[in-house]
Design a binder for this molecule. Structure first.
Ligand code: SF4
Ligand code: FES
Length: 250
């Protein structure tokens, strides 16, 4: 049977189950902790960005922990915006802002969290990727595993193996859709989607003409290499029409 624990976050009493991650407890109680590399769709949290740090006081001792992967084991007092945390978070924010100055979508967060001024960091001009690895998780969750983190230091990036066309990629856009900073570029015309240096045939619904996906991604989703003739919406409409017709005659 699970054990219930009461903890205090920013002065608010919160109950949780033993082992629950601190970030989840805070979120459930309406307490904001910034996150970049954490997405509820994935169970495996990699704690890449450290923006979610908080201060935890347990048994008279205080420590800074990464809340998205910190399991609550006992009663504790948590500060999400203590002076120490705000200072350390500003440094993390500065590192990210220098790493990816073009990551426009997290600029509002810079305003909310704050950043420190420093001339000791190298700015990667034009970079948008903050290396949160959500794209890699999205790709892995489909079983495709077409992209990963490659290189080290300032050369670290997300790419296909050796930067070449990946046979594993199905062009589904899961990576681009989950990316918080719009760092994954792709293009589309009427018939072809280009992403990760590869072109994919686009399939349209035989009835409404909407793009349903790439041939490869639809075949993967179907599990039998067969591409559906109509989109989900049209298929549902057909089913509804058939049911209506059936009921009309009973
Ligand atoms: S491309 Fe986007 S999702 Fe992938 S690591 Fe970079 S910022 Fe994160
Ligand atoms: S959100 Fe917790 S380490 Fe990135």
């Amino acid at each position: 049977m699970s054990e219930t624990i009461t903890i205090t976050i920013d002065g608010k009493e919160c109950t949780c189950e033993k082992g629950e991650y601190l970030y989840d407890v805070a979120k459930r109680n309406g307490i904001f902790i910034p996150v970049f590399c954490r997405h509820d769709a994935f169970e495996d949290h990699r704690a890449c960005c450290r923006i979610c740090i908080v201060e935890v006081e347990e048994g008279g001792r205080s420590k800074v922990v990464t809340s998205c992967v910190y399991p609550v084991e006992r009663e504790c007092n948590v500060q999400t915006r203590s002076e120490k945390i705000m200072e350390e978070r500003s440094v993390i924010m500065a590192l990210l802002a220098h790493r990816a100055p073009e990551a426009a979508s997290f600029k509002p967060m810079v305003g909310r969290v704050g950043t420190v001024e420093t001339d000791r960091l190298v700015t990667l001009d034009g970079e948008k990727c903050i290396l949160c690895a959500l794209c890699v998780q999205a790709c892995n969750s489909l079983g495709t595993g077409a992209i990963s983190t490659v290189n080290r230091g300032t050369e670290k990036m997300i790419d296909t193996p050796y930067g070449k066309e990946s046979a594993a990629c199905v062009g589904c856009l899961s990576c681009a859709n989950v990316c918080p900073t719009g760092a994954i570029e792709y293009s589309e015309d009427d018939a072809v989607r280009t992403i990760w240096n590869r072109e994919f045939e686009l399939i349209r619904c035989g009835e409404c003409g909407q793009i349903m996906g790439t041939r490869d991604s639809l075949a993967l989703a179907a599990g039998n290499n067969e591409v559906p003739a109509v989109c989900d919406e049209c298929r549902k409409k057909h089913m509804a029409d058939e049911m209506m017709a059936t009921y009309r005659y009973v």
